[in-house]
Design a protein around this ligand. Structure first.
Ligand SMILES: Nc1ncnc2c1ncn2[C@@H]1O[C@H](COP(=O)(O)OP(=O)(O)OP(=O)(O)O)[C@@H](O)[C@H]1O
Ligand SMILES: [Mg+2]
Length: 242
């Protein structure tokens, strides 16, 4: 099981939305995915996935051995997509070894695990980076988000080699780049120093819950390209199709 930390310096750039949609795109390709909501106190994946109704246990309960991993997993109808929700607060922050041990148990059943972090580079985010194989840094195409992504990369490089970091641009619009409103992908790559994975367009359908239900075919194709690249396929980048 490949473990990806999904993180950003800046809040609200789309980490949780992209986690769900990339996970779904991988499931559509026959992979099984575990989503771990790591935003302690501010969980959102239960709402974004529509899987929250039956939530009883959190991953903290698994770590504290109040329940088994299986007890805490919320699984959708396909059986390929599961969610772990976070506690409302952490008394003692878990160690990277705690997370790694729990994820090692999940490795039997899942091909991918996405650890959806809260915004910023502090709290449990560095610990989550240590428990991950790689990180996807999410940013919107503007200089504030680029600076935050660059700071996130500096934190991640303490744990992960640069080639294990990938940049995901969200709310990317070719016309906004042309009009000078947004930075282009090349500028974002230069400013963050992170290798590019893909871009997701602005799409009002992404705001409809459960997340990704009403997305356009263009947006679905963008998630499909990102999923293919995560699976090691060589999907070329073009100006119109990042
Ligand atoms: N490509 C997109 N097009 C339109 N709206 C989007 C897109 N991506 C995200 N959004 C919207 O932006 C808002 C923030 O998204 P989301 O909660 O996924 O961000 P986040 O980075 O996880 O936030 P936080 O830092 O609070 O965890 C949501 O209302 C979501 O619907
Ligand atoms: Mg989030």
């Amino acid at each position: 099981m490949k473990r990806y930390l999904i993180c950003s310096g800046k809040g609200g750039v789309g980490k949780s939305t992209l986690s769900v949609c990339i996970a779904r795109a991988l499931c559509a390709r026959g992979k099984s995915v575990l989503l771990m909501d790591c935003d302690v106190g501010l969980r959102s994946l239960d709402l974004l996935t529509g899987l929250g109704q039956s939530a009883v246990y959190t991953w903290q309960d698994v770590l504290s051995e109040n329940c088994t991993l299986l007890d805490a997993l919320l699984t959708d109808a396909t059986g390929e997509f599961s969610l772990l929700i976070p506690p409302a607060a952490l008394e003692t922050p878990p160690t990277a070894e705690d997370f790694s041990k729990m994820l090692a148990k999940a490795a039997i059943d899942f091909d991918f695990c996405f650890l959806d972090a809260g915004a910023g580079t502090d709290g449990i985010v560095p610990t989550l980076a240590k428990a991950s194989d790689a990180a996807l840094v999410v940013a919107t195409p503007d200089s504030v988000s680029a600076r935050a992504a660059a700071k996130t990369a500096e934190m991640l490089w303490q744990t992960l080699p640069p080639e294990r970091l990938r940049l995901l641009l969200n709310r990317y619009s070719v016309s906004a780049v042309r009009d000078g409103v947004n930075l282009c992908a090349d500028d974002m790559i230069d400013e963050t120093g992170i290798r590019f994975l893909g871009a997701v367009p602005e799409d009002a359908g992404l705001r409809v819950l459960p997340c990704g239900r009403d997305i356009s075919s263009r947006t679905a194709a963008a998630f499909n390209r990102i999923a293919a690249r995560l699976l090691g396929e060589n999907v070329p980048f073009s100006v119109r199709k990042l």
